[in-house]
Design a protein around this ligand. Structure first.
Ligand code: AFP
Length: 326
């Protein structure tokens, strides 16, 4: 490829239309994700397979790569003058930046390694991030500053560590994908103005939970499974990777529906996925790609979080199917 031609497609150059501070934050996340992707790509050779000797903030066993990814991102964000604080799936409370906790412009919330049960199986995993404004800039950011609804995100995205490493990003200006060129170290624009087709014949759900679902989800899936012989009068296909990042990437590539709906398996948990660093960033990506993300009764973008690690039901993807489920 002609290098001059490639120039405008680099992430750092593409970001020049954004405020300088946001540019810096996204490039900081991109740099950290490059390191995480390298470690994930090294597989067993990186010495990061298997469990760490610790649990995360929610009592879940941590993998070594979870801990590594969390440390890499946290260290990178601590050095970014535009980040006032950050919060991770791996820690009970948000962290205020020692140096920039007052004047930093943004807060970053992230799941350092989504889909970590897949690491040793060499199946795609990812990092999910959400960038919120520092709501009281000029004062030290506190935990309450993070409790903002998803619709206030200034940017959101994920990095998928698959056969290629891809960052999918929205700065509220549509959705674009940048593939990491491992030879040059640059993130190059490979898809822009991504739109999710409104209709689909593909859905993703963990059907081992079927008996715990609410009736509308039972019915929706039963109708899809009935295919040509049922009321939908067409066959559907089903997928389940158990890495939300990979499922969302597929939906952004060819449409589809992803559901981790409310179930009564553990009644104290209204859903499995976490609002702030799983559902919220994906909801903004969906909205920007012409798709939808709901709990079943509410738009995910509208929910004001009660707690940092709040769980929510998630149903997202092709707009016509989401309307049908709702
Ligand atoms: P892990 O990061 O603990 O593997 O969880 C991944 C995840 O949050 C999401 O990425 C998957 O869609 C979902 O959980 C898979 O859950 P099940 O294992 O219940 O299918």
């Amino acid at each position: 490829m002609n290098p001059a031609h490639a120039q405008p497609h680099r992430l750092d150059i593409w970001l020049e239309e954004q405020p300088k501070a946001l540019r810096h934050v996204v490039m900081t996340i991109a740099g950290a994700c490059e390191r995480i992707g390298e470690a994930a790509g090294q597989g067993a050779l990186a010495g990061l397979h298997g469990l760490a000797e610790s649990d995360n903030s929610q009592g879940e066993a941590q993998k070594k790569l979870d801990v590594f990814a969390d440390e890499v991102l946290s260290q990178a964000l601590a050095g970014c003058p535009h980040v006032a604080g950050w919060a991770s799936e791996e820690h009970p409370d948000p962290t205020r930046s020692e140096d920039f906790g007052v004047h930093g412009d943004y807060l970053v919330v992230f799941d350092p390694l989504d889909g970590s049960s897949n690491i040793e199986a060499n199946i795609s995993v990812g990092t999910i991030f959400s960038i919120l404004p520092h709501p009281f800039r000029g004062t030290p950011v506190g935990d309450a500053g993070f409790m903002q609804p998803a619709k206030q995100q200034v940017a959101a995205g994920y990095v998928l560590y698959g056969p290629s490493t891809v960052m999918v990003l929205t700065c509220r200006n549509g959705v674009q994908a940048f593939t990491l060129d491992r030879r040059s170290g640059h993130w190059l624009l490979t898809r822009s103005a991504i739109q999710v087709p409104a209709t689909t014949r593909e859905f993703a759900i963990n059907t081992s939970n079927q008996r715990f679902w609410d009736k509308p989800v039972q019915r929706y899936v039963a109708e899809c499974v009935a295919g040509e012989t049922g009321p939908r009068r067409q066959d559907f296909n089903m997928r389940w990777v158990a890495s939300m990042v990979a499922e969302v990437h597929r939906i952004l590539t060819r449409g589809g529906v992803f559901m981790y709906p409310r179930d009564n398996k553990e009644p104290r948990k209204p859903g499995r996925l976490r609002l702030m660093y799983e559902a919220a960033p994906m909801a903004l990506l969906m909205q920007q790609a012409g798709a939808r993300a709901v709990t079943g009764t509410q738009e995910l973008l509208e929910i004001v979080p009660d707690t940092l690690h709040q769980r929510v039901p998630v149903i997202l993807g092709s707009a016509d199917e989401i309307a049908r489920i709702v």
